[in-house]
Write a protein that binds this ligand. Sequence first.
Ligand SMILES: [Zn+2]
Length: 208
Amino acid sequence: MGATDAFRSFEFEDPKRAASEFNAACRRARPEDHEGYSGTIAEFEGCQLDTWTSPFENSDAAAEHILDKHEKYDDAIGVRFYLPVKLTDAKKKRIEKLFRKVETIRSKLREARTKARVAVVNAKSATIGCKKCGSKVARKYVGMTTNDGAKITLPCPVCAADLFSLTVATRVAAMLAKVHAAEKELRDAKTPKSSQKVGWLIGGWAAE
Ligand SMILES: [Zn+2]
């Protein structure tokens, strides 16, 4: 028999109220016939709230701690964590804007790569030199036009680098760096900040 993690969180600091609301939620989760509630909080008979450990930075850290300490069939464990700051409308707009920024730069990067491939396929020389490892590669093996007209460029067969010209490769690398920077900005904006308010996370491993 396995076990799955099951939790309830409470957005207030009073431990007695948290314990009693948790126990009530467990009772409500148990159907009359006692069937089909495995792997849910219905498995917990009660809970032990840890009031001495300092609040965790967020509910993920609290969950990790609980699952580390908890054994299935034991009472659920509760620890405190700092509640996330609610997203303001301004913040939501900023996230939306960053999301569009990422999309725009990604599509520019796609265009630049397509153009670079076309340039490789359409170039006139019989061989193409890899700017990374110095290999000379026959163009017909790395640049081709498919039946439906699409230009395909294979990477260098020796070192797997893109066979773009130095200028293009530099531009593509710069765009890729921009994409990564914008993605990081978006990730950071989406990560909820912790507030000074504390709540409870209660749960553990529920037998299945
Ligand atoms: Zn190479």
